[in-house]
Design a protein around this ligand. Structure first.
Ligand code: NDP
Ligand code: 2IT
Length: 449
């Protein structure tokens, strides 16, 4: 095991985020390999950590002033053992091959847990949509798709949104794909309702996170009712996490973006959340503007000199990191424990560092890892694909009830797998093992390809 990890690290020494994700999974599946000697002989770890295909391409585009820019585009097709590659696209200046590989790797196990037939992939670009006009974003998306279209398809690889890619970007990407292929198919998910999208897909990740948290709490005889919650981020996942917490009787006191966070002691209610949705999704403003309207709330500017985020130092019962990777470090985890937090449920992908996870687990905090807790988004993407194939649309109640059922089933699977391998109550171990075994067995069934 150590040799395999060392070889992966030596091969691509700069891919720190990918190594971090691989390390966590490989360490936790060790007992599975001990029980199945065939896995070692079949080199399943080496195979599952090597993408089936990596696509990197130039994305040239012109801004409104006529200046040409060049960004880098990526699609990592990680594993197709249980279905077509499936996973989002991220547009953010921090995007590198390491980030996309870590996200694609996580997606393989997440998709396996959903009970649907989806392989794992991820893509994106280091393009920064912030401050760009709709026209600039459209030209970028068209240029991105002018290359990506030849690699994807409804039965091959089905992208969706992630950070910086929402309904607007999916629309521009879909339009270009349709023009180039002359086909109207379910090649992307997260589409608008009028042209093939699914009801509840925009809400699905956040709602699913809170359904998962409720299942975890229920095992301890508790519920979301009356719980004070810290939420980070203010995009798609954060907004719908807040919405579901409110519907289940909880109270939310924080939201953030990359510039800073707001603390609202009175609680962010549905009206204030509607303001945030307008601010972020329509006006594309900053979270600090919340305090211009809700004057009793405080705004705290992000301070890069600090080695912790004061958002996580507030007193609360539950924490939902919904912004980005590694946003909760060792010190933040200690602050969460000190502040009384008893549940951390990950809306974002890999928001806790490995040291932070150790502290949470040692302190008896219920820890819901992203690949299980935030799987509701891709699960409803899978339901969108099913509806597209049938050329019909299910009502919101039907999609929401399937989502709830899937989150329940993921929770159950994590609990059972953890118990079967001697790690009772450890959702990280349960999610990794259950996701892994299904994919590996499918790979072995299909031979050495
Ligand atoms: P959005 O682009 O809608 O929102 C992202 C939010 O996170 C914004 O508030 C953004 O602030 C903040 N953020 C992004 N990057 C950073 C950073 N480097 N530091 C601090 N804050 C940051 O994205 P989503 O809500 O879709 O995604 C959030 C997380 O959830 C990601 O980890 C994503 O991978 C994960 N996820 C998303 C799913 C989905 O269906 N969309 C499904 C499963 C997981 P700012 O506006 O300043 O950039
Ligand atoms: O990280 C994720 O699961 C997503 N960004 C959603 C992927 C999808 O295909 O819906």
């Amino acid at each position: 095991m150590e040799d395999i990890i060392a070889r992966i690290e030596q091969r691509d020494p700069e891919q720190k985020e990918f190594h971090q994700a691989v390390h966590e999974v490989l360490e936790t599946v060790r007992p599975v390999l001990d029980r199945n000697p065939e896995y070692r002989q079949q080199a399943v770890l080496e195979r599952i950590t090597e993408p089936e295909r990596v696509i990197m391409f130039r994305v040239p585009w012109m801004d409104d002033q006529g200046q040409v820019h060049v960004n880098r585009g990526f699609r990592v097709e990680m594993n197709s053992a249980i279905g077509p590659y499936k996973g989002g696209l991220r547009f953010h200046p921090s995007v590198t091959l390491s980030i996309i590989k870590f996200l694609a790797f996580e997606q393989v196990f997440k998709n396996s847990l959903t009970t649907l037939h989806m392989g794992g992939g991820k893509g994106g670009s280091d393009f920064n949509p912030k401050g760009r006009t709709d026209g600039e974003v459209m030209r970028f998306c068209q240029s991105f798709m002018a290359e990506l279209f030849r690699h994807i398809g409804p039965d091959t690889d089905v992208p969706a949104g992630d950070i910086g890619v929402g309904a607007r970007e999916i629309g521009y990407l879909f339009g270009m794909y349709k023009k180039l292929r002359n086909e109207f198919t379910g090649v992307l998910t997260g589409k608008s309702l009028a042209w093939g999208g699914s009801l509840i897909r925009p809400e699905a990740t956040g709602y699913g996170v809170v359904y998962f948290a409720s299942e975890m709490l229920a095992r301890r005889g508790e519920s979301m009712e009356g719980k004070t919650c810290l939420v980070s981020g203010s995009g798609n996942v954060a907004q719908h996490t807040v919405e579901k917490i409110l519907q289940l009787g909880g109270r939310v006191v924080t939201l953030s973006d990359s510039s800073g966070y707001i603390y609202d002691e009175a609680g962010i209610d549905q009206d204030k959340l509607e303001y945030v949705k307008q601010l972020k999704n329509v006006r594309r403003g900053r979270i600090r503007e919340y305090c211009d309207v809700h004057v009793d709330a405080d705004y705290v500017e992000a301070d890069p000199a600090l080695d912790y985020n004061p958002l996580w130092a507030h007193k609360a019962d539950c924490a939902f990191p919904c912004a980005t990777e590694n946003e909760i470090n060792e010190r933040d985890a200690a602050n969460l424990v000190k502040g009384g937090v008893r549940l951390v449920c990950e809306g974002a992908n890999m928001p806790c560092t490995p040291e932070a996870v150790d502290i949470l687990l040692e302190s008896g905090v219920l820890y819901g890892p992203g690949k299980a807790a935030n799987a509701g988004g891709v699960a409803v993407s899978g339901l969108e694909m099913a509806q597209n194939s049938m050329r019909l649309s299910w009502p919101a109640e039907e999609v929401d009830s399937r989502l709830k059922q899937i989150m329940k089933s993921i929770h159950h699977t994590c609990v059972d797998a953890a118990a079967a391998y001697g790690s009772e109550g450890n959702y990280m171990v349960g999610a990794n093992i259950a996701g892994f075994v299904k994919v590996v067995n499918a790979m072995l069934d299909q031979g050495l390809i």
